[in-house]
Design a protein around this ligand. Structure first.
Ligand code: AKG
Length: 215
């Protein structure tokens, strides 16, 4: 699902648990893409997958969104009556809600007496956008070493962390006749960089130069 929106190359930018307890108030209206990249927002470069751990409805603080706000490309497009047009994402526990990063939204107020609203937000972005969390610092060495190559890639922990689409463009520049070739020189260099990184991490060295990767 994430790949269908952001393409093959994407990063996990952040992963948060937002629990709105009784009495919790709304936060400010925002789009998640506007937090990490300046306008104009002409294409979708961020998205959230929201995991509902509890039933989520207006009174317990369901996320509120402005229908059609994904069309706003600049701050000046934000409608004056945006707050009046907010609608809740209502869903049963166990559901997921996929939210395009250009949709303007806020958390709802929890006006119930005793019903928590617990949501997990997995926030993904295009690879050229700096992640909200520095996973290299955040995750312990043990956790990093236990990750699959795919998860490592998604967290931007690889040596070539955010080359993203550049890899594809370089591939075509290397040899336009070989668009479908699986092992272009660029990709060979990337897999070599992974092997070097693996060797370095085994030797417990923490840094390597870009020259080592691309030589
Ligand atoms: O908790 C919510 O409903 C919304 C959270 C949100 O928009 C955010 O964390 O940026």
């Amino acid at each position: 699902m994430v790949k269908s929106v952001l393409d093959e190359q994407f990063l996990i930018s952040n992963f948060t648990a937002n629990v709105a307890r009784p009495g919790y108030n709304s936060m400010g209206l925002h789009s998640d893409q506007s937090l990490v990249t300046p306008d104009p927002w002409t294409r979708v470069e961020a998205m959230n997958v929201i995991w509902c751990l509890t039933d989520t409805y207006f009174a317990n603080g369901a996320t509120l969104y402005v229908p059609g706000s994904n069309k706003w490309q600049r701050r000046s497009d934000i409608s004056k009556d945006a707050k009046a047009s907010l609608k809740p994402f209502e869903a049963k526990a166990g559901s997921i809600v996929v939210m395009d990063g250009t949709v303007w939204h806020t958390s709802g107020a929890n006006v119930t007496k005793d019903q928590d609203r617990a949501l997990l937000f997995a926030y993904y972005t295009a690879p050229h956008l700096r992640q909200q969390v520095n996973w290299t610092r955040k995750l312990s060495k043990e956790v990093q070493e236990s990750l699959s190559p795919e998860t490592e890639e998604w967290l931007g922990l690889g040596v070539a962390a955010n080359l993203g689409e550049a890899v594809l463009h370089l591939k075509y520049l290397d040899d336009p006749q070989k668009k479908g070739a699986a092992q272009t020189p660029t990709l060979q260099r990337l897999s070599r960089s992974r092997r070097i990184a693996d060797r370095l991490s085994k030797r417990r060295l923490s840094t390597m130069s870009v020259r080592d990767v691309w030589r």
